[in-house]
Design a protein around this ligand. Structure first.
Ligand SMILES: [Ca+2]
Ligand SMILES: [Ca+2]
Length: 259
């Protein structure tokens, strides 16, 4: 059994790495909600950012491959990080950029490790970068299939016995616009460049509201509870503390009307 797993894993790895041609007639998954979803976010006119990639699977998986391509060639898919994701425990994983198309393929393949259990959560982070682009530009990060020298790269899941199927795919969008300072979600009150939402944001907000500290650089990002009056006040502090430390709902999405 262990040998069979290893053998299946090796075959899968070769397919994932494109060393043998993938099954281009892969079945469509009958059992929803197997899904891959790329986050959408607002971004400034030039720079680099990371888009979270989430997945849901209603059966254990023996492999995941995702191949994406930005719709604007100025936006480059640079790398992929599995850190903090559901498959970080798997040793055999990685990413590769296809130089001629710009498509990025990320893959993971449990060989000795347990299969990817049923669940929902983060696969990893897709890092993209772009030069200064005259805004506004909307870039779609969509799934793609590329074939170079008979090597097929696509987006697919493999079930527990190695059968390949295509999950639902929800593309991500990069809204490049100079008027938006709030990226993706509120909560980055201190406006650090990593868009981190953590304790320093709580401290910054308390300081700003009650201790005479400087105002939040991006008020839209400080409206953590997402109220449509765009108010930045005590309820936002409470909401943020709840989100970070007490299991409350995540900070609200950015509201364009608060920018
Ligand atoms: Ca922050
Ligand atoms: Ca508010």
């Amino acid at each position: 059994m262990r040998f069979m797993r290893a053998l299946l894993g090796a075959v899968g790895l070769l397919t994932m790495l494109g060393l043998v041609s993938a099954d281009v007639s892969a079945q469509t998954d009958p059992g929803l909600p197997d899904t891959l979803r790329i986050d959408s976010l607002n971004a400034p006119p030039g720079g680099a950012t990371g888009l979270s990639v989430f997945f849901a699977n209603d059966q254990a998986l023996s492999g995941i491959e995702i191949t994406v391509l930005p719709s604007d060639t100025l936006v480059r898919a640079d790398s992929f990080s599995f850190v903090g994701g559901r498959v970080d425990y798997i040793a055999t994983k990685g990413w590769v950029v296809n130089d001629s198309t710009g498509a990025l393929t990320a893959y993971c393949l449990p060989v000795e490790e347990p299969l990817v259990p049923i669940g929902t959560g983060l696969l990893g982070t897709l890092h993209v970068s772009y030069p200064l682009i005259s805004p506004p530009v909307e870039v779609t990060i969509d799934s793609t299939t590329v074939e170079i020298d008979l090597i097929v790269r696509s987006t697919q899941f493999r079930d527990s016995v190695g059968v390949v199927f295509t999950p639902q795919f929800v593309p991500g969008y990069l809204f490049i616009d100079e008027v938006f300072c709030c990226f993706n979600r509120t909560g980055n009150v201190n406006f650090d460049t990593g868009n981190n939402v953590d304790l320093p944001d709580v401290i910054y907000l308390v300081n700003a509201l009650f201790l005479g500290g400087p105002p939040p650089p991006c008020p839209a990002a400080a409206n953590v509870n997402g109220d449509d009056q765009c108010a930045v006040d005590l309820p936002d502090v409470i909401y943020l503390v709840n989100a970070l430390f007490l299991g409350g709902p995540a900070p609200a999405a950015c509201l364009a009307e608060c920018e």
